[in-house]
Design a protein around this ligand. Structure first.
Ligand code: HEC
Length: 155
């Protein structure tokens, strides 16, 4: 009987140390995984923070008075927002795209809005834009320059 108890104690002792050892390994693995995840989360948080910073910087980018005046015309009497957005294609190309193409091709926005230059952004769709030139042609040089300044500010 004593032997049996001793044997049982021994077996359970070995079994216990075995499982606890296995448990330790498992725990180590889990700790490692948690550490790894924490690292990833940290990196993601960093990336998100950086993106947020960039967005905040663009959002708070101060417009000059001239650019502000241009934006007011685009939103107001120009009626341009019916077809144009700053960042995304709508009926017409985004103003960001317009700014990019005009910079690349050294185009003259005021001249285009006065009806004195050909479309260079999306000539195939010019028929949709053309009627608006009747509106912009009647604007003053200052007004057109301010529209152009606002569009250029998006590049
Ligand atoms: C009915 C829709 C519509 C309205 C309103 C509109 N546009 Fe457009 N616009 C377009 C389309 C479509 C294009 C693409 C065709 C083209 O490139 O000419 C375009 C193109 C342009 C371009 C690029 C021209 C080029 O060289 O290709 C400029 C600059 C522009 N629009 C400015 C304006 C301004 C400023 C107003 C407001 C006074 C305005 N648009 C109102 C539809 C519109």
């Amino acid at each position: 009987m004593k032997k049996l108890i001793l044997a049982l104690v021994l077996i359970s002792g070995v079994a216990f140390s075995f499982t606890s050892c296995k448990g330790d390994k498992k725990a180590d693995k889990a700790t490692e995984a948690v550490k790894e995840t924490a690292k990833e989360v940290k990196e993601t948080v960093k990336e998100v923070a950086n993106e947020a910073k960039e967005v905040a910087e663009t959002a708070t980018k101060e417009l000059t008075d001239q650019e502000k005046a241009g934006l007011a015309i685009i939103k107001g009497k120009g009626g341009c927002v019916a077809c144009h957005k700053d960042d995304a294609k709508f009926v017409g190309p985004s103003y960001k795209e317009v700014a990019k193409v005009y910079k690349e091709k050294n185009g003259n926005l005021v001249k285009f809005l006065k009806g004195g230059a050909e479309a260079i952004v999306d000539p195939a769709q010019f028929a949709v834009m053309q009627p608006n030139l009747e509106i912009t042609k009647k604007m003053t040089g200052d007004e057109l320059a301010s529209i152009a300044a606002y569009i250029r500010s998006l590049n």
